[in-house]
Design a protein around this ligand. Structure first.
Ligand SMILES: Nc1ncnc2c1ncn2[C@@H]1O[C@H](COP(=O)(O)OP(=O)(O)OP(=O)(O)O)[C@@H](O)[C@H]1O
Length: 293
């Protein structure tokens, strides 16, 4: 269980995240939605401790995350893998090495300095790439891949960390609908099969509806909605996204990428084990409209 109590982040006089309290059970797939500037990224960055907490507490399985330092903090950041909108790969390193970098926090400094990876680490990295359907690019420079391919490599790198939790900060915001679907399918598969908690910021409401068993809506740093997707009524959507300047409510169509292709919201499902099936990547996706930032 991840417990946030009155978590607040201030930047000078501005409060980006304002007294957020949440309990997230292990294995949940959570979507965080809200307008640009609502505080979604700051919230995720505080959980990972990329950003310090101004006040409040974050506790994971009894461990006080908000005050960890040194080796304990590095261990937490290993347990809590982060995926970013801009992938954050090393463009001039090959894909396999990028994925193996996910193991850095598990290795001795000497091995890291020598940039040496074991046969086991190479095999694990290749297997993570295979799982993401991208093993054929293992020897390619990461910077030469398409955005969708790079995000899959970033997910493989996250898997190499053997995390308890994956925090994804707008993982599909830079991708076309087909690649967005591939990436969301991969995150969903990891959540279902390994039971890894996934907390993902999303710009698009229909993606949250289609993939997340729990949706957290933020507005002006506060949680204004927390519930299953089927409870996301138009009133709830208006509360999260606000009204337009002329007083009209926001249209849900502009929060859509049509990514879900008519998928029903997915309720909590039993977890299973196994590898991603290649067929997962063959689903058609309709073109759609991206939510403006
Ligand atoms: N390092 C920083 N210094 C000052 N202000 C910041 C910093 N990081 C975020 N903010 C501010 O905090 C608020 C919340 O930003 P945040 O990036 O968390 O929002 P968001 O919901 O993730 O938005 P987006 O969807 O555009 O990424 C914004 O007003 C932003 O300008």
């Amino acid at each position: 269980m991840l417990e946030l109590t009155d978590v607040t982040r201030r930047f000078g006089a501005m409060t980006a995240v304002d007294a957020v309290s949440l309990s997230i059970p292990d294995g949940q797939m959570v979507g965080v939605i809200g307008r640009s500037g609502a505080g979604k990224s700051t919230l995720l960055r505080m959980i990972n401790r990329l950003s310090p907490v101004s006040s409040g507490t974050i506790v994971h399985k009894g461990r006080p995350i908000s005050t960890l330092t040194g080796g304990e903090l590095r261990t937490w950041q290993r347990d809590c893998a982060m995926i970013f909108q801009q992938f954050n790969l090393v463009p001039r390193l090959d894909v396999l090495t990028n994925v193996m970098l996910g193991r850095l926090n598990r290795r001795s400094t000497v091995f890291n300095l020598l940039n040496m990876f074991s046969v086991e680490e190479r095999a694990a990295a290749l297997s993570a790439l295979e799982r993401l359907g991208i093993a054929q690019a293992a020897t390619q420079m990461a910077g030469t891949l398409s955005g969708g391919q790079q995000q899959r490599v970033a997910i493989a790198r996250a898997l190499m960390q053997e995390p308890a939790m994956i925090l994804a900060d707008e993982p599909i915001a830079s991708l076309d609908p087909l690649n967005a679907q591939i990436v969301m399918d991969a995150l969903e598969d990891i959540n279902r099969r390994e039971g890894i908690t996934v907390i993902t910021n999303l710009h698009t409401l229909d993606t949250a509806r289609a993939y997340c068993e729990r949706v957290i809506g933020m507005a002006a740093g506060r949680v204004v909605f927390d519930g299953p997707p089927e409870e996301l009524t138009s009133e709830a959507v208006a509360m999260i996204y606000g009204a337009s300047g002329d007083g009209d409510g926001i249209s849900e169509s502009i929060t859509s990428t049509s990514l879900s292709g008519g998928r029903e919201p997915v309720p909590a499902r039993p977890k299973s084990t196994g590898a991603l099936q290649p067929a997962l990547y063959a689903k058609p996706a309709a073109a759609g409209v991206a939510l403006p930032a």
